[in-house]
Each structure stands twice: as structure tokens, then as C-alpha cells.
Write a protein that binds this ligand. Structure first.
Ligand SMILES: *Cc1c(COP(=O)(O)O)cnc(C)c1O
Length: 481
């Protein structure tokens, strides 16, 4: 297939600007004119449309394929949220307007204010910042809040405790915030080993970061004990709530005893995730941290108008320009208002039901390292396939691609050998889940009878199996022209 440069024909145009071009050129001073060819391909509008549509079809996407990528919540996001976030009043407003003329942006400020209230209620917290641009950015914000809190109290704190089964960004955020990380292994139940935790706990620990549900898709059974131990040492409890779709309407981090929680609106609340697109790692905090939140905070006056408060007493300052990724906030607000209390609870129930359906249907075929009810995702290990047939998690992933299914997350969490981390999400039908289960069973049977067949998969895709080492070492990002 020719690439877009090879399709170029000198002089071919998509649009003929006619005399407008000549008129504009007349007005341009010579020094602003291009003197060399810009090197762009010359094509008709149809050529361009076909080029981009074809490229989009070479990809996997939630709109085209089942996408059970664990921890990423690749669910279907209703298109109405896209339409609402593109309304000219939202999309066309420059964020500077909020500083120039607060009266001109009352609607946008109301949306930020109301969304913050909704998220505070959903998490059982007292204050919210919408600034962070991503989950990891929310974590860093949380760690800075922790440092500010202990700093003000004169606490001498050096460490943040992170269990082994936490998301990989957690220890990185704690380290970026200036703390040393103490890791705690998982126990046989798939949660943090509470005995080792108790041993490592001291007055020098600033906080405990728990991914909840954890990356094994499990809810820790010993959570109340962990909370009690942490509070005894005035360590703050941080909840990585990126995967909040597991507990909406069922459990609130604030009620459990957490002081800080970040949410990934770009997973749970209807912005498509993946591809490095815009995100929002909104952070909610308990009463004792409200005075440290980033400024400005959107507040409501007695008269009902919305305004910006820059005078938060001990604010850690800004963590982002303006108010974060505003269009993501609009989508989240629309999604929450559309689903309501019952709808959000129902979404979580379906997310958990779907994951458990897959877990139970596949546990005969793949090893389940922790055989108990899971939350929004289930984790298998391909160790049986490796030991008996030399088939690895990567081969299973590639075989799924051949069958038109995006692979689950593989080789993560690190605490599971040859991990396959499957998150079906709440938006998939039973028929789709059954199709996935059939593919996984068929792959397990092929591994047994004809393992060689899985080694070359995928063979029917635009790119078959690349040499991944070579691709990393000799990265080529341009076409040969
Ligand atoms: C996705 C995720 C993160 C990181 O979020 P980003 O927006 O990618 O920075 C952190 N923790 C958990 C549990 C996640 O699933």
C-alpha cells in the first residue's frame, strides 16, 4: 500500500482557493513568503480522507474491538459526552477569561464547582482539586499535600509505604515528592501483608499508598486494620482510586479512613483512555487537608455567583495552569448527571460481575493465583502454559490479536508470574464476553495440542509479530522516501 507521500501528484489540490489566494498573497510582505517547497504531499480531498480512514482501520479501538486491557478501563464512552464537551460555550472559552472577567464564565465555573461537589460525595471527602492532568499527576499532588501537612505540624517524616501490588506509578510519585519508599510484599490473600506492614510502620512514615482495588483486582480484606495502624503513627492514607468503577456507590474512600484519593476521570468517568490523550487525575481530600489544596478553588458566594478563591491558607500552590483539562471535566459531569446515583452503582455492579464471569469461566484453563471473588478485573497466570508447552503470556496476547481482540495487560502486576490482567469493563455485553472466553479457551487448547502455531501469531494483521528487541534498539519512525 502506497503511503501518503508516494501518492502525491505535483499540482493536485484538495481545495482551490481561487482568487482569495492571490488577494492574500498581494497583502503579504515578501519576507513572509515561503521560498522553498514545504515538502507536503499534494493530494485531493478524497486521497486524504482515504488515507486517514485506512490508517484508523489498521488500529484497535474501543469503537471497533473488545479491549480488556487491565487497569486501563477501556470502556465504551457514550458519544453524547463528546457532543456536550464540544458545545461552543465550553470549547470556545479561553481559560484566561476566568481571570479577566469572572462574570463571563459563570457556567464553566458552576460546572467545576458542581463536579467537585459530586466527586466529594462519591468519595466521601471534603475538598477537591480538578487541576491534575493525569492519574500519576494526581498522585504527585497527593504526595505534595502529604508533605505540606506534615511540614506544618512539624512532623519529621521520611518514608512512604507502598505495597508490592500497587500500581507502578505509586512508588515513582512518592519518590518524586521527596520520600523514600518502603515496599511491603503481598500476603496469600492478595493484599498487603499486614504483619510486615506493622513491623515497618514508624513515626517517620508520612503516608501509606494503597491501590484500591489493588492491581490484582482484589479488595483488601484487612483494610480496617491497615487504617488503624497508619493512624496510630499519624501517617496519611492515600487511595489510588484510578479504578473507581469497581466501587462506585458501594464504598467510599473517605468512609474507609483515607485522607487522599485520586480518580482517573479518563477511565471511570467517560473520557476515552489510552493513546496518551488528555486526562484528569482529580484529587479529593479529607477535612484535615482542605487548607492545603492547590489554588485557585472555585467557590460560591452567598448570592449564588461563582468566584475564584486564591487565599487557601496553606495551599501547595498550583499544580497545573488554569483548572486542568476542562473538556474532560465536562464529560465527567455529563456522565455522572446522566447515570445518577443508581446508574453509577449499576455500572460498578456490572464491571464486577463481568470480571467475575470471566474469572469463573476461565479458571479451568489458566492458573488463578488468588482464587477468590475479584472486583473490576481478574488476573490469571500463564505459568501452566509456559511449564508444559513453552507458551508464554505474550504468545497468548498475540493469538488474541489474530482473533480480533485486544490483548489484556500482560506481565503486570509484577507479583504474578506471566500475568494476564483482564478488565472487561461494565459496557460489554454477555455475547462479547462469551466470544472472548471462547477465544481464550481455544488458545489454551491450541497451546496444548499445537504450541508452535501460537509462536508466529498474529499472521493476518497489517503488522505481524515484530522482533521486539530489534524494534526497540533500531527504532525507525520515518518511512523511506
Ligand atoms: C492508570 C492508572 C494510574 C495512572 O494514571 P495515568 O492517568 O496514566 O497517569 C495509576 N494507578 C492506577 C491503579 C491506574 O490504573
Amino acid at each position: 500500500m502506497k503511503n501518503i507521500y508516494e501518492k502525491s501528484v505535483p499540482g493536485r489540490r484538495g481545495v482551490d482557493p481561487g482568487t482569495a489566494k492571490k488577494e492574500t498573497e498581494k497583502k503579504l510582505a515578501d519576507r513572509y513568503r515561503r521560498i522553498s517547497d514545504n515538502g507536503l504531499p499534494e493530494l485531493s480531498e478524497l486521497d486524504v480522507i482515504r488515507h486517514y480512514i485506512r490508517l484508523s482501520q489498521l488500529n484497535f479501538s474501543v469503537d471497533t474491538h473488545f479491549y480488556p486491557l487491565g487497569s486501563c478501563t477501556m470502556k465504551y464512552n457514550p458519544k453524547v459526552n463528546e457532543a456536550l464537551s464540544s458545545l461552543p460555550g465550553f470549547a470556545g472559552t479561553h481559560p484566561f477569561m476566568a481571570y479577566l472577567d469572572v462574570d463571563a464564565v459563570q457556567g464553566s465555573l458552576e460546572l467545576i464547582y458542581s463536579l467537585s461537589e459530586l466527586l466529594a460525595e462519591i468519595t466521601g471527602m471534603k475538598g477537591v482539586t480538578t487541576q491534575p492532568y493525569a492519574g500519576a499527576h494526581g498522585e504527585l499532588t497527593g504526595i505534595l499535600l502529604m508533605a505540606a501537612y506534615h511540614g506544618t505540624k512539624g512532623n519529621r517524616k521520611k518514608y512512604v509505604i507502598v505495597p508490592d501490588e500497587a500500581h507502578g506509578t505509586n512508588p515513582a510519585s512518592a519518590a518524586m515528592g521527596g520520600f523514600s519508599v518502603i515496599s511491603i510484599p503481598v500476603d496469600r490473600d492478595g493484599g498487603m501483608d499486614v504483619n510486615i506492614f506493622r513491623e515497618k510502620m514508624s513515626d517517620e512514615v508520612a503516608g501509606v499508598m494503597l491501590t484500591l482495588p489493588n492491581t490484582l483486582g482484589l479488595f483488601p480484606r484487612n483494610i480496617s486494620e491497615i487504617v488503624k495502624i497508619a493512624k496510630k503513627h499519624d501517617a496519611l492514607l492515600y487511595n489510588d482510586g484510578a479504578n473507581l468503577n469497581a466501587i462506585l456507590g458501594k464504598a467510599r474512600p473517605g468512609d474507609i479512613g483515607f485522607d487522599i484519593v485520586h480518580m482517573n476521570l479518563h477511565k471511570t468517568f467517560a473520557t476515552p483512555h489510552g493513546g496518551g490523550g488528555p486526562g484528569a487525575g482529580v484529587v479529593a481530600v479529607s477535612e484535615k487537608l482542605v487548607d492545603f489544596l492547590p489554588v485557585p478553588i472555585v467557590t460560591k458566594t452567598k448570592g449564588g455567583a461563582y468566584t475564584l478563591d486564591f487565599k487557601v491558607k496553606r495551599s501547595i500552590g498550583r499544580v497545573a495552569s488554569f483548572f486542568g483539562n476542562f473538556a474532560v471535566l465536562v464529560r465527567a459531569y455529563a456522565y455522572i448527571m446522566m447515570l445518577g446515583r443508581e446508574g453509577l452503582t449499576d455500572a460498578s455492579e456490572k464491571a464486577v460481575l463481568n470480571a467475575n464471569y470471566i474469572r469463573v469461566k476461565l479458571k479451568k484453563y489458566y492458573d488463578a493465583p488468588f482464587d477468590r471473588n475479584c472486583m473490576h478485573e481478574c488476573v490469571f497466570s500463564a505459568r501452566r502454559q509456559v511449564q508444559k508447552y513453552g507458551v508464554h503470556a505474550i504468545d497468548i496476547a498475540k493469538a488474541l490479536i489474530e482473533r480480533g481482540i485486544h490483548p489484556p495487560t500482560i506481565y503486570f502486576p509484577l507479583v504474578v508470574d506471566e500475568a494476564l490482567m483482564i478488565e472487561p469493563t461494565e459496557t460489554e455485553s454477555k455475547e462479547t464476553l462469551d466470544e472472548f472466553i471462547r477465544a481464550m479457551v481455544e488458545i489454551a487448547e491450541t497451546a496444548e495440542k499445537n504450541p508452535g502455531m501460537l509462536k508466529n501469531a498474529p499472521e493476518n494483521t497489517p503488522v505481524s509479530r515484530p522482533d521486539e528487541t530489534k524494534a526497540a534498539r533500531e527504532l525507525k519512525l520515518t518511512c523511506n522516501r
